[in-house]
Design a protein around this ligand. Structure first.
Ligand code: FAD
Ligand code: SF4
Length: 476
């Protein structure tokens, strides 16, 4: 059905904003903040699409989702067709519709942004994926006949899951090994329930199970069994390493050893996987945020997730300190907006100097240096420089450090012929995802360093193509 709205009129239609829970209520529970479009809102938003001859939105998406086509299918009322169109390029649309940094990707490149707000591509993607999911109609493609080859996947984050889906379809036997007791990687242990309900990830895993993918949890590859053993003793023809970058980094300032100082990784994992939010049913020490002043250090998605989680655990105050300005915070814009609405005290241009403790070794506050912006550094961003003599003390009984992560070294140290770079990330060909070791492929955060869900997912799909190619030709 052609779009009934004339092209010129489309620019005049306001963007349909997604309904959200009220900040005062949602800041104290773990229910999802965004409520999703109803069909009328989705249809209204879809009508705004300019249907450009050369869609720049698709160029802005790391996996080139065919935005124009799927939006047209929404206009036609064919929501399942729209979901299937997205799945041609993106295996996890209910997840990416929620967590992609759209403003820097598809929506950032939408032509409408020259004059008005972009088409709400992420919201539309989420809408059709949720329609498909909640009506129990996720399309399950048929697998090709068995090839007799077996592939081991190490890690069940978006890179591992998307590779598993593509490889099982090609007729290979696929087994995913996961160190933790839950499947999904950062999607379950990092990103909190109020942004990405765990049920959605579980459903995607269930679909893979129905398609024949085998999963084994609580197995640490490199400890329980090595990559060489998987290939030489357990009969795997290829291995895909998708272990992510989960090793926390610290500030290296005095006081980081104090009680109640956590890495964001530990904090979020305790809350997400050990269900600290269901106190007293699950009695986790992380619950000591209740009635405390919490300071989080960092400006990315992880920092936003940690500070917003602390509020939901009952923090009296939740302060976020970041050494650059707010405009340079790497977090998704929506997270910054939501954090502010929920009462987070955002303190940009503030850098911790020391964590101060009481006589019993418990944190009592953070001494910080006030900064200003100087000349641009090698990243192109203006460098934060200290304002002489300007210090501030922020009282805090809990601190959470969220300044980034690095590669987990276990696989690399137990697989000597696997080439790594100086930061210990695995070296892999950007197209085939082949590593220096025959039959071993790698992708996602373990190759790029901490990046995004959609990039990890795209890497998983490339690896699946690379592995299929290797298994069918034997060429290396
Ligand atoms: P991961 O998701 O890290 O999965 C790796 C898996 O491998 C883990 O489950 C791990 O337990 C397992 N593993 C590790 N070592 C072994 C081993 N030796 N044996 C067996 N298993 C092993 N990106 C976005 O696009 N949008 C967001 O809003 C966003 N928010 C984020 C919030 C947080 C708190 C964090 C931490 C990250 C966020 N990201 C976000 C980044 C994104 O989640 C990651 O880039 C992505 O998950 C990387 O996927 P991956 O598959 O490479 O690794
Ligand atoms: Fe946009 Fe992410 Fe969907 Fe690509 S996958 S179209 S970047 S929301």
């Amino acid at each position: 059905m052609p779009n009934p709205v004339p092209n010129k009129e489309r620019m005049k239609m306001p963007r349909q904003h997604m309904p959200e829970r009220e900040p005062e209520i949602r800041a104290r529970n773990f229910e999802e903040v965004n409520l999703g479009y109803r069909p009328e809102l989705a249809n209204q938003e879809a009508l705004r699409c300019l249907a450009c001859a050369k869609p720049t939105c698709t160029r802005g998406c790391p996996v080139a989702v065919k935005v124009k086509e799927f939006v047209q299918l929404i206009i036609d009322g064919d929501y399942l067709g729209a979901a299937a169109k997205i799945r041609e390029d993106n295996a996890l649309p209910a997840i990416t519709g929620r967590v992609c940094p759209q403003e820097d990707q598809c929506e950032g490149d939408c032509l409408m942004t020259k004059k008005v707000e972009s088409l709400a591509i992420g919201h539309l993607e989420r809408f059709v994926a949720d329609y498909e999911r909640t009506t129990g109609q996720i399309g399950i493609p048929a697998n090709k006949p068995s090839t007799g080859k077996a592939v081991a996947i190490v890690g069940s984050g978006p890179a591992g899951l998307s590779a598993a889906g593509d490889l099982i379809q090609q007729g290979h036997r696929v087994r995913v090994f996961e160190a933790l007791h839950e499947l999904g990687g950062v999607l379950v242990y990092g990103i909190p329930e109020f942004r990405l309900p765990k049920e959605i990830v579980r459903q995607e895993v269930d679909v893979l199970r129905q398609r024949g993918v085998e999963f084994e949890t609580n197995v640490v590859i490199g400890k329980t069994v090595t990559i060489d053993q998987l290939m030489n003793e357990e009969g795997y023809d290829a291995v895909f390493v998708a272990t992510g970058a989960g090793l926390p980094q610290f500030l290296n300032i005095p006081g980081e050893h104090l009680n109640a100082v956590y890495s964001a990784n530990e904090f979020l994992t305790r809350v997400n996987l050990m269900r600290a939010y269901r106190f007293p049913e699950y009695d986790e020490p992380v619950y000591d945020c209740k009635d405390k002043d919490v300071v989080v250090v960092g400006g990315g998605n992880t920092a936003m997730d940690a500070v917003r989680t602390s509020l939901r655990l009952g923090a009296r105050t939740a302060t976020l300190v970041y050494r650059r300005s707010e405009a340079e915070m790497p977090a998704r814009k929506e997270e910054i907006k939501h954090a502010k609405e929920e009462g987070v005290d955002l303190r940009p241009l503030t850098s911790p100097l020391e964590l101060i403790g009481d006589e019993r070794g418990w944190l009592s506050g953070v001494r910080c240096q006030q900064m200003e912006l100087g000349e641009p550094d090698e990243s192109g961003r203006r460098r934060p420089v200290p304002i002489e003599g300007a210090e501030v003390f922020i009282p805090a009984q809990v601190a959470i450090i969220a300044i980034g992560t690095s590669a987990n070294p276990l696989i690399q140290s137990t697989t000597p012929d696997l080439k790594t770079n100086r930061k210990n990330y695995i070296e892999a060909d950007p197209e085939t995802m082949r590593t220096s070791k025959r039959g071993v492929f790698a992708g996602g955060d373990i190759v790029t360093g901490g990046a995004t869900v959609i990039l990890a997912m795209g890497a998983g799909r490339k690896a699946a193509r690379g592995i299929d190619d290797y298994l069918s030709t034997g060429d290396w």
